[in-house]
Ligand binder design. Structure first.
Ligand code: KG4
Ligand code: ZN
Length: 363
């Protein structure tokens, strides 16, 4: 039987049996409006991935309603987990560990997946691995690119976070810059509401912008004094809101395609030059983009251009791995496990936690 070095190392540090079998982690994600479960082998291979989205419910209210999200997670978590196990052709006793997103996110929503995962792990007498959601978004790139290893630079652009992060190792992160107010996804969702295209805004604005002129409206950029890698989206968001209201008051029709295209261009213009500056500062060879907004077609194109200009290799996960899913949580969980980050029965969930914080509560 072939036993690789990682397995011996894992056995020593995590006090598990040395086996030739790959490690199969059942992962659960419930930080916002998706209930997801997946089975991941050795952090890199997706055996199954199930995502149950609540988007239609929240779209009725124009955004995520936290209490409804928690209830919907409770209704879905068992079914979604059973489907992930069935799709992987596995019985629950065959998983080696259970992982769940424990921070950051909507606290009620997080508690559903975290408590379910914890109870399942302890009832099976398996380790429980708490995972940071944004670390998970980054790990989506490990699933898409088997050769990718830290260190690398990452642009995180999601509904709740927008940061430029140096990933020093699988569990070691340094924030180099980030938003001072709204996250990129938040700005997309707000602008979508103003344009009356509904929730979630990102994909809809992206689609509208395909037929628009990015130079149609002049929108502001942000500059943070003495912090060149930091940025802000609140001014941009307000500028779009004001533009729409002024047009309404004057009885003018807004060029919705033009405004969507100008907004996408402004977001790209905020993120990409700062990322490029960070590439030059860190002399990195590899750049990852992660999070829901990494699905944006204009951002993806601009990142490809930047990679050519800076002679860096760009790692862009497929759209299916950009949004919230449990596969990315199962991938990061493997590396948390190797680092000894196994939670105890008292493991809690946290609404906020920086990416560098270790959220694991050990005995
Ligand atoms: O990472 P994610 O799925 O959830 C969080 O962790 O927040 O990101 C969701 C965000 C939403 O704000 C959504 O509007 C945005 O990602 N998004 C997009 C696109 N697809 C999703 N934003 C811009 N363009 C897209 N194509
Ligand atoms: Zn997310």
């Amino acid at each position: 039987m072939y036993i690789n070095r990682t397995r011996i190392w894992r056995a020593i540090f995590c006090k598990t049996e040395i086996t030739g079998e790959a490690m199969k982690i059942l992962a659960i994600e419930s930080s916002c409006d998706e209930t997801a479960a997946a089975v991941i082998e050795d952090g890199r291979t997706i055996l199954s991935s199930v995502v149950d989205t609540q988007i239609e419910t929240h779209a009725l209210y124009g955004g995520v309603v936290p209490e409804i999200a928690s209830r919907r997670h409770m209704e879905a978590v068992v079914r979604v987990t059973q489907k992930a196990l069935a799709d992987a052709n596995m019985d629950k006793h065959e998983v080696d560990a259970v992982a769940a997103t424990c921070a950051p996110g909507l606290i009620g929503a997080l508690l559903v997946g975290a408590n379910f995962g914890k109870a399942l792990a302890f009832s099976l007498n398996k380790p429980f691995i708490p995972v940071h959601h944004i670390r998970g978004h980054i790990a989506a790139a490990y699933l898409a690119y088997p050769d990718l290893k830290p260190p690398f630079l990452t642009l995180i652009a999601s509904g709740g976070h927008s940061e430029i992060v140096m990933v020093r190792d699988y569990t070691s992160f340094e924030i180099l810059g980030g938003t001072r107010d709204d996250a990129a996804g938040e700005a997309f969702d707000k602008v979508a509401r103003v344009l009356g295209v509904g929730y979630p805004g990102g994909p809809k604005i992206d689609k509208l912008a395909q037929d628009g002129d990015p130079a149609r409206y002049k929108l502001p950029d942000s500059h943070i004094k003495d912090a060149p890698l930091d940025f802000s989206f609140s001014g941009l968001k307000t500028a779009v809101i004001n533009l729409a209201h002024n047009a309404e008051q004057k009885g003018e029709t807004i060029d919705r395609n033009g405004l969507a295209a100008s907004f996408c261009a402004a977001v790209v213009q905020t993120l990409v030059p700062r990322l490029e500056m960070a590439v030059k500062q860190t002399h990195t060879q590899r750049v990852v983009c992660a999070g829901g907004v990494a699905a944006n077609s204009f951002l993806r194109a601009a990142l490809q251009d930047m990679a050519k200009r800076t002679h860096t290799r760009l790692y862009l996960p497929p759209l299916s791995l950009c949004g919230d899913n449990a596969a990315m949580i199962g991938s990061q969980a493997y590396y948390e496990y190797l680092a000894g980050n196994v939670g105890c029965t008292l493991q809690n969930a946290f609404a906020t936690a920086e990416i560098g914080e270790n959220i694991c509560e050990k005995r």
